[in-house]
Design a protein around this ligand. Structure first.
Ligand code: SF4
Length: 324
């Protein structure tokens, strides 16, 4: 199926006291309608920055320094702010980690849903209210009609995230960017929200970009996954292949860090060392100081994405040799 979103060789730089530093480098992927692409990596890898760059929400010290973003056949990375705002409200929905930041505590859930619906769709208040009830029902909120009159604090964390999902879908977007949507939730609630995202994504043929640090979430939710390290994609492929046969040593390390779906989730502890700071990326393969398979050329030559089974991996182990 033709892609709805195409990100081509995207680059982002930050202006710092010490000059410009590259935070995203040559990031490319596409997402088709009905597909969930996961973007995974440690904190600081550039995954949230990628989401922000796609929708034109970079902070003032950052700017695009190359590449393009094509949505539904139209290049959107050069659109004026007003057009981008319209696109974000109408065609691209967003969900963030903390549901409270997306909801106004002073207004009822119903008022916020109806306002969002009426801002983007030509509906009367009565029709928008009926649609708000339908959206809450679709996201699995019991007694939806009565709950319209309640305020965000009257919902539990998991229910609030369902409201946020309803709000993100209110204008019937075609692309959803979900940045750590389950991180603040209990493990059992996480699984419910993931299955809700999957169901709604399929039913509505949504293209979903799911940003997370958690390989367990990727395994549950995604069709394909792109693994990021130090501002670049180091592996991309179907989620099954990437999880069962990781082609990049960094992905293999991430896989070792998947905790069981029950119990405490931990950060990625299995890979020795830390990801380089912005502006201090080592030459050659950026992962080489942490890599158990490092070779001489890794310290000087930077690998591009190379075919590796059903995936592609930026690793010299795949330069004509099988990964062992
Ligand atoms: Fe490791 Fe070399 Fe592959 Fe980088 S290119 S991941 S250092 S083997």
């Amino acid at each position: 199926m033709a892609a709805l979103l195409e990100v081509n060789q995207l680059c982002v730089e930050f202006q710092t006291r010490h000059g410009r530093v590259r935070a995203l480098d040559d990031v490319s992927f596409s997402i088709a309608p009905g597909e969930i692409l996961g973007l995974v990596g440690e904190s600081g890898a550039g995954k949230s920055l990628t989401g922000a760059a796609i929708v034109g929400l970079l902070e003032p010290s950052a700017h695009l320094c190359g590449g393009s973003v094509v949505f539904d056949g139209q290049r959107i990375d050069q659109l004026p702010d007003a057009s981008l705002r319209h696109l974000r409200g109408r065609h691209i929905g967003s969900i963030f980690q903390d549901p409270l930041t997306a909801l106004n505590p002073l207004y009822t859930v119903g008022a916020q849903l109806v306002e969002t619906i009426r801002t983007h769709l030509p509906l009367s208040t009565a029709d928008a209210t009926a649609r708000a009830v339908q959206l809450l029902e679709e996201t699995g909120i019991q007694g939806a009609a009565a709950r319209l009159a309640q305020y965000p604090h009257q919902f539990s964390g998991g229910m609030r995230q369902r409201v946020v999902i309803a709000l993100a879908l209110a204008a019937e977007p075609r692309l959803l960017i979900a940045d750590e949507p389950t991180t603040a939730l209990d493990v059992s609630v996480q699984a419910q929200v993931i299955s809700l995202l999957r169901r709604l994504g399929r039913q509505r043929s949504l293209a979903v970009l799911l940003v997370t640090h958690d390989m367990g979430v990727i395994a549950e939710a995604c069709d394909r996954v792109a693994v990021m390290y130090a501002g670049r994609i180091v592996e991309i492929g179907p989620v099954r292949e990437v999880i069962h046969a990781p082609a990049h040593p960094y992905t293999a390390g991430l896989m070792g860090s998947i905790p069981p779906m029950t119990g405490e989730r931990e950060r990625l502890l299995q890979i020795d060392g830390a990801m380089p700071r912005l502006g201090a990326t080592p030459g050659g393969c950026a992962f080489h100081p942490r890599c158990p398979h490092v070779m001489a050329r890794c310290r000087t030559e930077r690998p591009e994405l190379l075919p590796a089974g059903a995936s592609r991996a930026a690793c010299w182990l795949h330069d004509g040799e099988a990964f062992r």
